[in-house]
Every structure is written in structure tokens, then in C-alpha cells.
Design a protein around this ligand. Sequence first.
Ligand code: ASP
Length: 321
Amino acid sequence: MATSTIVLLTTGGTVAATTTADGAVPALSAADLLPDLSTPRTDPLPDITVSAVDLMSVDSSAMTSADRSRIIGAIGDTLADPEVVAVVVTHGTDTMEETAYLADLFHTDERPVVFTGAQFPADAPNADGPRNIEDALRVAADPSSRGKGTLVVLGGRMWSARGIFKVSTDNPIAFDTTHPDLPRPVIDADISAVAHARVDAFTLYPGVSPGLIAAAVSQNAAGIVLAATGSGNTHPDVTAQVAQAVHDGVVVVVTSRVPYGPIVPTYGGGGGAVDLERAGAIISRWLRAPQARIALAVLLGAGHDAAQIAEFFRASDPAIG
Ligand code: ASP
């Protein structure tokens, strides 16, 4: 019987890390990460052939925009082969929510792209990478995974990339989501043609210096993402700086430092999300700061204006999109 080919692209992270006297660092190659399909750790695997490709070997916290673009480009190049039924990407969990979401933004193909990683290094007694890779291959080979965009598999769970965020430094179930079924406005472009604009992100708190927004503008940030308090609220002085930044042509997106629930403009008083929206900020209802920052960087890089970006965030809301 003909087998299906799945390509395993490896990028580093804890899943490929071993422990050294100087800390855990990615050390294993793609070939090292290939599971022995004849002796699966859990359920039997479908009839698949896995071909492993070393893409890079980095801790995901140290990834650059160029690294992320390279990964998305490699996914596209891999799917140019019609024999390939799916792609699995191994990646550090620290910034998997960013790269998997970026992949989802550019993923217009029906075939599954599945990200996985690990919370414990490959030489740890509780290493979770091998099982996660097997699970990711199983999900990738499953025809019901087609047309779902980019998926993330870890700790026996699966999520759509959109909306996820890392919730634990040591639980094998490393992620959760703000919403399991966000709409998928995609960017129909070749990622190699999209520059990443500079977008700065700040977590707000009572007593935050409003000057940090002016500092970002003076350093030529094209966009700013604010993880505000509660349902998108801050001090009136910050609102004044947001108005100035928008006036200067900077696109400001407001999300929340609270993990769950929609960001609904509710409060006024000068610093509420109602005021921030009136000052020209765009509200990201479900995508939290790391993913909102990725979207804003590529939308600005692709030449979208503030109105188009506002429309993108509206279309990312299941109540609208
Ligand atoms: N620091 C690692 C990384 O993101 C953590 C992990 O993979 O879990 O590459």
C-alpha cells in the first residue's frame, strides 16, 4: 500500500535540547528526532513515511523575524511537493504561539501544518518530546485535520494556532487558548516578499510612564501593541500619548494582560478602552499581545493601512469575522 509522506521540519527548542553544565541547549538533529514508527509510544500510527529536515537549531526565545520567515517559507516550499500530505514543525514552546500563528496567517493550503515541541529536554527522565512528535504526526496524517489551518499539539492536546498562549513553564499541557475557534483572515502573499515592520509591545500597569509610547514613536516604531489592564484600560495620560502616536501615523493595537475573555470597550473616564478606541487605537478582541504583534508587523510590512488593519482585527473576531 502506498504510504503518505509527512515532512518533519526541525528548528530547535527544548524538544531538541540536551542538558549541559551551561544549561539546556538544542543539540539533536532532525534525524535524531525521527520517531521509530514501528514501535509507537501510544496508539498505532497510520501508514506514513516521515522525512526529516534540519532547518535551524535555536532556542525559540532567540528567534528573529528572519528566522520565523524562513520557517514559514520552508513550510510553503515543502507543500509545493504534491506528494507531501502534511508538515510537522518542531519548535521551542516559548514563542511557538508567535511562529505557529504566523504560519497560520500565510497558510492558504488545505494540508495540515502541525507545530509541536516539549517542556522537558530530550535527556530528561520525563522527556515529553518523543510522544508529542508522534502525536503531531498522527494529527498531521489524519484527513480530518485538513482545512483547519495551523495546529499545535502538546501534552495530548490540540489547539488551533490562533488564540493560543503559553500557560505553564512545566506542565506538559503548555498552552491554552482565548477562543477555540477564531476566524482565519489570511495574508495571501509570499512571505519572502513581506518585510516585518517594527512593532513594539508594552504591558501596562498602574503608574506606567506614558513616555514609553513616545519613546517607541521616536525610535521609528511603525506599530505599538499595548497589553492594557482588564478589558483594555489604562491611565488617561496613556490615552493622550496613544492619540499623539496615531496622529503621527503609528498604528496602535490594544489588547489585555488578562489571559481569558474578549476585550470589549466598556470603560470610559479618559483611560478606558472606549477612550483608547476614540483616540484611534484598534481593539484586538481575542488575539493577545504576542500574536497581535505578529499580525501588526506583517500587515504593516505588507503595506496595509490603518483602516485595513482595523478590518483585519475585526475579521479575527468570531462575533464578526
Ligand atoms: N526555551 C525553550 C524554547 O522556547 C523552551 C521550550 O522549548 O520549551 O526554545
